[in-house]
Design a protein. Structure first.
Length: 428
């Protein structure tokens, strides 16, 4: 049995210093998965670079060289079963970054059995001895002209020029559709220590005319999903083992997310803020400065499951299950949080767990503290637990590292369907 296992820890509490993934003899084997990558590696490879300004269709294996930008009314169609990888580079510039601008669209519709996969080039080289790493594929960015609480000339960190502006007054902005899509080993450092990382899936000023459904983001640098303003709705989202936060909301995002899972792997890499681990299930700010604005960051999340680690000793590598701060607001209905040092924390003037939440349907465990801050006092006391062992909250076995994994009855989004992947090992 030969393994390509996503382990970044030689020693559990020093692992965060490593930005590589090493082999291990103790893996979590939910199902055989890597055979599809070995098979796919024989598909024809199409190199792509620069700007896409007319309708284009991708299939087979696409190799992105640097940044590919879709603009000028063009629609990029990606057929089911297509794999997209990056062309490796040794520079600080991102490679394998797909940007759908305000003037472009994406039509990426996979299927349950043939998802569209953005992934590591190391999984598609036909070599069983190479190991995927976070940051092997820079990510996907969707930009739109839906409302934000920042100027409409704002760009995503590291991208410059009017092609990369986002935000405006078009609540019905339609950036296209992404359905049955996986994004793996994403994220990118651009000018490290100067400009922050690019997230695996970034949605900036994206409007409610856009469709996002059945999307899994795994083993990414920085956050899995990041929403900068806009009001796009999304369904059936999975964030698995990010370096930083699972879901990040800011600059006026006001959409609704229905059926979302955040799942930790305590053997993955973990981000530090100074010497403090700060990976959160949800991180939510109104804006980076925390100022009050006419448009407030206030998502609604229905049917939310955030699963950290089973024991307090592993939990020290994480921050908060839900972290609301800097004038941000959140409405949640039917939510379970377990396996973080703090279950939910609301911090700062103007921040709140909104009174429009169904408090009785919120269940929170924290190793040290279950809930604190504005709005959390309305959660029934029986729904708040603390202790060194995380609560199952009625789930079968929700902790990824602890054997056969199953979050039922909270499996609202086909979390173990054939389109998902949690194990990237080769089984021979």
């Amino acid at each position: 049995m030969k393994k390509l296992i996503l382990i970044a820890t030689a020693a559990l509490f020093t692992a965060c210093q490593n930005d590589h993934l090493e082999g291990s003899s103790s893996s979590f084997e939910m199902k055989q998965t890597l055979a599809e990558y070995i098979t796919a590696s024989s598909l024809p490879v199409t190199p792509v670079s620069g700007q896409i300004t007319s309708n284009t269709t991708w299939s087979g294996i696409i190799e992105i060289d640097g940044i590919v930008t879709v603009k000028n009314g063009a629609t990029l169609t990606i057929l089911p079963g297509t794999y997209i990888k990056a062309k490796p580079k040794d520079t600080a510039a991102p490679t394998g970054l797909l940007v759908i601008t305000k003037t472009g669209k994406i039509n990426a519709v996979g299927t349950e059995t043939q998802p569209i996969v953005f992934t590591s080039y190391r999984l598609l080289d036909g070599d069983e001895n190479t190991t995927p790493q976070t940051g092997d594929f820079a990510g996907v960015i969707l930009l739109g002209d839906a409302p934000t609480n920042t100027p409409s000339t704002t760009t995503i960190d590291g991208l410059f020029g009017s092609d990369y502006y986002y935000g405006g007054g078009n609540q019905d902005h339609n950036g296209g559709i992404m359905k049955y899509v996986r994004i793996e080993f994403g994220g990118s450092d651009i000018l490290p220590q100067v400009i922050h990382e690019i997230t695996s899936l970034t949605l900036a000023g994206v409007g409610k005319g856009t469709i996002l459904d059945h999307i899994q983001v795994s083993y990414g640098k920085d956050d899995s999903f990041e929403f900068f303003g806009g009001n796009v709705n999304a369904t059936n989202l999975i964030s698995f083992a990010p370096d930083d936060d699972n879901f990040d909301f800011n600059t006026g995002y006001t959409g609704t997310i229905t059926c979302a899972l955040a799942l930790a792997d305590y053997n993955s890499i973990h981000s530090l803020s100074g010497s403090v681990y700060d990976s959160n299930g949800i991180e939510l700010d109104n804006n980076p400065t925390g100022t009050a604005t006419s448009l407030i960051t206030h998502p609604i999340i229905n049917n939310l499951t955030i699963v950290g680690t089973p024991k307090a000793a592993f939990g020290t590598m994480y921050g908060k299950g839900i972290y609301i701060r800097r004038n941000g607001k959140l409405t949640i209905n039917n939510a379970v949080v377990t396996g973080y040092p703090t279950g939910i924390k609301v911090e700062g003037t103007g921040s709140e767990l909104s009174s429009s939440s169904d408090y009785s349907s919120i269940k929170i465990h924290g190793f040290d503290l279950a809930a604190t801050g504005t709005g959390t006092a309305s959660i029934p006391a029986g729904n708040l637990l603390t202790g060194t062992t995380a609560s199952l909250w009625g789930m079968s076995q929700p902790y990824f590292n602890e054997g056969p994994w199953n979050v039922s009855p909270r499996n609202c989004g086909s979390f173990q369907g054939s389109w998902t992947k949690y194990d990237f090992s080769i089984l021979e």
